[in-house]
Structures are given as structure tokens and as C-alpha cells.
Design a protein around this ligand. Structure first.
Ligand code: SIN
Length: 499
């Protein structure tokens, strides 16, 4: 088997992985493995922006308070404080790398508003902030001689020696299996959206990092806190297309099938209540009126503002015949962000020596039971920076490791059926509204699907099948986490606990 040694290994090429790679490259050689192209990540799809208390009337204490309120009492206050205090430096770092952010009339940052924020504090690049950030960061990575990127390299296992993580094995088309050994390994594989049949996440969001880390004994927590974005497009061709919360921040309102602004019935913060509240209110309204969507109404906003602030949405919707200065947008909630994941300390370290995690795959304590809008790109930078500081202290000698076994996979035609059945099951039983019986049914079905996978797997590698197994592991963690929660909090709502 081919072998390569490096100082620091990164799995994933979203903002968390690349921020870590850039900082760690100051202390040694870095290899980045990504299962698709570099820019195929959740980061690239982020519309809203990055929260930072940089406005005149703002203060990190207010950002801290808003984050804690959204997290419904389950945030780690130290992690939150570290996050919000480091936000202005994170923005500066991105700007120095060449990321362009929208400016106001006097060249100050133009700050948007999103749900749960008590001030305008969203630094953004129109409605494609993630794309702009990923562009700037990946350009810096390409220009860095200390970083090597392997694209289309699917990681099948983490390598362990004497209880330490010492790298990973990846499979590269036309090359085969490669063992990458390293002093430290950073898992930054992003989200798990493909566990559900409707998600804002890209195709690559299959929870690979959570499954890899769990297999080597890393602690995983809070997977039951799956955030559903309240407003994604309801349309057969563009299902899951995000309509950024910034549009509600700019004044767009939610209406039901009768045209009524129904958020008055649910929360005094109306359309800008935290996401869990708005998504649940929409789902209830749809149940009540027996309708398949609600509507986002931006039609009272100036046409120029809509075109300027939301050019991506304007263009995509006009392609399907919706003119957002005239038409209400049909919207439904869809899975958007995993607030749980691989547990880390404030330096991105997991409980497995040598193994780090950052970004959506991690559970740093910042989000608690519900993430505040636009805290995710920020978390990725702040925790990756901390990890890159401490990673230098990892032992310089990497021990010899045994070659791993060749992977076995379920035939793809079987994996397709398993994956689709899983997505339907999870959407029905582990979505916004849950019941104990539904969760138990899901848990049993997932356990038997995993047994089926493992008993029918044959020699040979298929990335699709390997992802499907990872999805099953993530689904099991979500469902079992939900069954273990004895109170309704944040994003977790079990109707039986209300009785
Ligand atoms: C959005 O633009 O609404 C998404 C931003 C986020 O998830 O933080």
C-alpha cells in the first residue's frame, strides 16, 4: 500500500479544514484530503454570513447573550465567550486573505440582521458569503507550498497506534488505498444533512467525520439537535434551496395559505425568533391548515434592495418564474445544520489523543440545543485557529502502524435502496416533531439496516456505499440521542414529553 507521512493531516476542505491547514502550515507540512473537489463543501453554500459584534452599538457581551439564549441553556459559556471575543479578528483574518465583504456608504462593514440577534451584526458578501470565503481561503491554500491537497480521496478509516490517532487511510481513484501518517489529524468533514430527504446541504454532507471518529472511540454528543432552516424553497426542481434568513432580517414576512402573518400567533419576536421557534411554528401552521408550504413575502421591499442584497436568490427564482419583488416565495423547513458532533475542548482536541475536530462535525459547546444564525463559519475559524496553536505540542515521532484491511462495501444498488429508505424514515420520525414510538421504530430499523449492510458487504470499494454506512451511523446517533433526551429543549421536540 502506498504510504505518505506529514506533520498534520486534515480531512475536509471547508472553512474549518482550510483555516486549520493555513495556520498549522506555519509549524509543519500539511496534507488535506477531500472526497470531492476543494470547494465542494457546506461552507461554499452558506448564504447569510458571519456574526461579529463590530457595529457601533454592539458589544461582544450582546453577541454572547444572544448565542446563549438561542442555545436554550445548553451552551458551554466558556466556548461561547471565546467565540464571540475572537469574532472581529476572524473577520480581519478573512479580509487579509482577500475575502470581500459588503460595505456601507462610508466604507464601513454593511451589517445584516438574522433571527435571534439583538443587533445588526452579520458580515456578508451579498447572499453568497460562504462562496466568497471559500474562494479566498482555498486560493491561499493553493498558494501555500507547505500544504498539499488530495482531491477525490475518500477516507475509510482513522489509523490508531497505542491509543493515539496517527493518521488516516484514504482511497483515491486509479491509485487505490493510501496510508497517510501524521503527528495530528484534524477531522473537518462538515455536516450530516443527507441523513434526511430534504436538506440545504450539498451532496457531500454525509457525516463521514462523525462515523470515523466514533469508530475509534471519540465522544459524540448532541446529535439529536438537528437544526431545520425555516425557509427553504418548496419547488420540485429546487428542493432544499436556501432562502437566507437575512431576507427576513431585511423585513420579509411569513404568511400562511390564507395570507395571514401567522408568526403573531407563536412568538413576540415574530419572523426573527430563533430558528427552532420559527421552523416549529411553520410546521405547526402547515399541519393546522393542512398545506404543503407557507410563504415568505418580500414584495413590500424595494426591488433594487432585493436585487442588490440577494442576487443569487433573485436569479435562481426568476429562472423558475418567481419574481421576488412581486411573488410570495413558497417555503418549507429543511434540515440545515448539525449542532452536535465530535466532542472537543476549547482547543479542538477530542478525547482521542492526536485527533482534533472543527466546524460542523464538532461539538464544541458553542451551539447548545440550537445554533444562533451565522455563528457557524465563525466557529470554524476560531476553533481551527486554537487547534493550530496547540497542535505543535504533539509528539514529533509517528509510530509504525499496521496496514489496515481493505474496505468492504454493500453493492451500490442495495446501498441506494438503503439510503433512500433511511432518508424517508428520518424525515418522518426524527424531524421537527418526534414521538417516542416513532423514534423507537427508527432506531430498530436503522439497527437492522446496519446489520444488513455489514453482513452483505463484499470486497471492493464504493464511495457511495461507504457514505451510506456513515449516514446510518449518524442516523443511529441522532435517534438514540433523541430517545435519551427526557425534556423538550431547543431543536429537540418529542410530543410525548409534552403530555
Ligand atoms: C442563512 O443564510 O439563513 C443561513 C445562515 C446560517 O445558517 O447561519
Amino acid at each position: 500500500m502506498k504510504k505518505e507521512q506529514t506533520d498534520f493531516l486534515v480531512i475536509g476542505s471547508g472553512l474549518a479544514g482550510l483555516a486549520f491547514a493555513l495556520e498549522a502550515s506555519k509549524h509543519g507540512k500539511v496534507v488535506v484530503l477531500t472526497k470531492a473537489g476543494v470547494q465542494d463543501s457546506n461552507t461554499s453554500w452558506a448564504q447569510g454570513g458571519i456574526a461579529a459584534a463590530v457595529g457601533e452599538s454592539d458589544d461582544w457581551r450582546l453577541h454572547e447573550e444572544d448565542t446563549l439564549i438561542a442555545g436554550a441553556g445548553l451552551c458551554d459559556p466558556d466556548a461561547v465567550r471565546m467565540l464571540v471575543q475572537n469574532a472581529p479578528q476572524a473577520i480581519e483574518w478573512l479580509a487579509k486573505l482577500g475575502a470581500r465583504f459588503d460595505l456601507g456608504a462610508s466604507n464601513e462593514l454593511d451589517l445584516g440582521r438574522e433571527g435571534g440577534h439583538s443587533r445588526n451584526r452579520i458580515v456578508h458578501h451579498a447572499d453568497k458569503t460562504g462562496w466568497e470565503v471559500e474562494r479566498a481561503v482555498s486560493a491561499a491554500v493553493r498558494a501555500n507550498p507547505n500544504i498539499v491537497v488530495y482531491q477525490f480521496c475518500f477516507v475509510t478509516d482513522l489509523l490508531m497506534s497505542g491509543g493515539r490517532c496517527v493518521g488516516a487511510t484514504g482511497t483515491i481513484p486509479d491509485v487505490g488505498q493510501v496510508m497517510f501518517t501524521a503527528r495530528a489529524t484534524m477531522v473537518a468533514t462538515g455536516g450530516v444533512g443527507k441523513v434526511y430527504d430534504s436538506t440545504t446541504n450539498p451532496r457531500v454532507a454525509t457525516g463521514d467525520g462523525v462515523a470515523l471518529a466514533q469508530k475509534v472511540g471519540a465522544n459524540i454528543a448532541n446529535m439529536e439537535f438537528q437544526q431545520f432552516h425555516p425557509t427553504t424553497l418548496h419547488h420540485p426542481q429546487l428542493s432544499g434551496f436556501l432562502i437566507t434568513e437575512a431576507m427576513r432580517g431585511a423585513g420579509a414576512t411569513l404568511r400562511n395559505h390564507n395570507g395571514r402573518r401567522f408568526m403573531f400567533d407563536y412568538d413576540s419576536r415574530l419572523e426573527l425568533a430563533p430558528r427552532d421557534v420559527v421552523a416549529r411554528s411553520i410546521a405547526r401552521e402547515m399541519q393546522k391548515l393542512e398545506t404543503w408550504c407557507v410563504y415568505l413575502d418580500p414584495t413590500h421591499l424595494p426591488s433594487e434592495l432585493l436585487q442588490e442584497e440577494f442576487p443569487t436568490i433573485w436569479k435562481r427564482l426568476s429562472e423558475i418564474g418567481l419574481l421576488i419583488d412581486r411573488d410570495w416565495i413558497p417555503v418549507v423547513p429543511a434540515q440545515h445544520y448539525s449542532c452536535g458532533g465530535v466532542v472537543t475542548d476549547l482547543n479542538g482536541r477530542t478525547n482521542v489523543p492526536g485527533l482534533y475536530a472543527s466546524g460542523e462535525v464538532s461539538c464544541t459547546g458553542v451551539h447548545g440545543a440550537n445554533r444562533l444564525a451565522s455563528n457557524s463559519l465563525l466557529e470554524a475559524i476560531v476553533f481551527s485557529f486554537k487547534a493550530a496553536e496547540v497542535v505543535q505540542a504533539e509528539p514529533t515521532e509517528v509510530p509504525e502502524v499496521q496496514e489496515p484491511k481493505s474496505p468492504t462495501c454493500l453493492p451500490e444498488n442495495e446501498a441506494i435502496l438503503l439510503r433512500h429508505a433511511l432518508q424517508k424514515l428520518m424525515s418522518a420520525q426524527a424531524g421537527i416533531f418526534r414521538t417516542t414510538a416513532g423514534l423507537q421504530e427508527a432506531s430498530d430499523k436503522i439497527a437492522s439496516a446496519l446489520t444488513q449492510y455489514d453482513t452483505q458487504a463484499t470486497a471492493g470499494f464504493s464511495a457511495y456505499s461507504a457514505e451510506t454506512r456513515n449516514l446510518l451511523i449518524n442516523a443511529q446517533l441522532i435517534v438514540n440521542g433523541a430517545l435519551a433526551r427526557t425534556e423538550n429543549v431547543g431543536l429537540h421536540y418529542n410530543a410525548d414529553l409534552d403530555k
